[in-house]
Design a protein around this ligand. Structure first.
Ligand SMILES: [Mg+2]
Length: 282
């Protein structure tokens, strides 16, 4: 029997180089433990519209462009039903635009109240830099909001090499475009050498859609949705209950790794580095 090599075998190449870049989300990832700032303002805006929402409802679409987010809240069946009861009609595109206009200044006014860096951020960034990784960032925030939190972060010693927000691309999360913009700006490739970190499901998908490694943060952000001192006051049993709910949800969305917070990142990066050496890809 004779092999007809050119027809019966194909050859694939694999990247075996190092990690080149790590891309961090902002709220709930590097600052604002509990991802509080957007959640409280969404509640305020819907209250003004006569249809108060719970903080859980406000958090469901977290990570998206803030106008898209408002539109997605109006599509939650429980909110939609209460809207119709109150106003007699379904919420319209104009309603969403009006609420977004109200949202922007309210959000900008309170961002600095929630701008404290999440414990471990500076240490992890320093270790990444020591290893030669570029530091990128993405956010659902718009340019004016990003300017505020970037300045707050800088005062605390965190300055990423690149930042792209939902206003900088045609399509925000879950599309991978902001990650790709970071790769171009930071001059890093291939995509297998890039790791994306996020506290929301749509932010995990952003990484996956770009084609890179995606790490979910279960505790420090939107999924638990409480500030650091409140989390620290939880009993071990309650903390574990949250982990038991969130870890499987994030893995099911496709996260390659799930950890509590940015403080636990370095062992994941070591593992990804080892997998890349073996020729594995995200
Ligand atoms: Mg976030």
């Amino acid at each position: 029997m004779q092999f007809t090599h050119e027809r019966e075998f194909t050859y694939s190449r694999s990247y075996r180089g190092p990690i080149r870049g790590v891309i961090f989300d902002w709220a709930g990832t590097t600052m604002d433990f509990g991802c509080m700032a957007p959640a409280v303002v969404f509640c305020e805006v819907f209250e003004k519209a006569g249809v108060p929402i719970s903080i859980e409802e406000a958090r469901i679409p977290m990570g998206a462009h803030k106008k898209v987010h408002i539109g997605l809240i109006t599509e939650i069946p429980s909110v939609r039903r209460r809207w119709v009861e109150k106003h007699g009609t379904e919420p319209t595109e104009e309603d969403v635009s009006r609420m977004f206009e109200q949202f922007v200044p309210l959000q900008e006014a309170c961002l600095s109240d929630y701008a404290q860096l999440i414990p471990g951020t500076l240490e992890v960034i320093a270790e990444c830099r020591k290893r030669g990784y570029k530091i990128g960032s993405t956010s659902g925030y718009l340019p004016g909001m990003l300017a505020i939190i970037q300045s707050d972060a800088e005062k605390q010693g965190y300055v990423p090499d690149a930042t792209f927000g939902a206003g900088d691309v045609k399509r925000g999360r879950p599309f991978g475009h902001m990650v790709m913009c970071n790769m171009l700006e930071l001059d890093i490739s291939p995509v297998q050498s890039v790791v994306k970190l996020d506290d929301t499901l749509t932010g995990i998908e952003e990484g996956l859609n770009a084609g890179c490694w995606a790490i979910g943060l279960a505790i420090s952000g939107n999924e638990v949705g409480v500030q650091l001192d409140e989390w620290n006051a939880f009993s071990e049993e309650l903390k574990q209950k949250h982990r038991d709910r969130i870890y499987p949800t994030m893995y099911q969305r496709g996260a390659h790794y799930v950890i509590d917070s940015i403080a636990d990142l370095i062992p994941c990066l070591d593992d990804i580095g080892a997998r890349l050496k073996r020729g594995e890809r995200p």
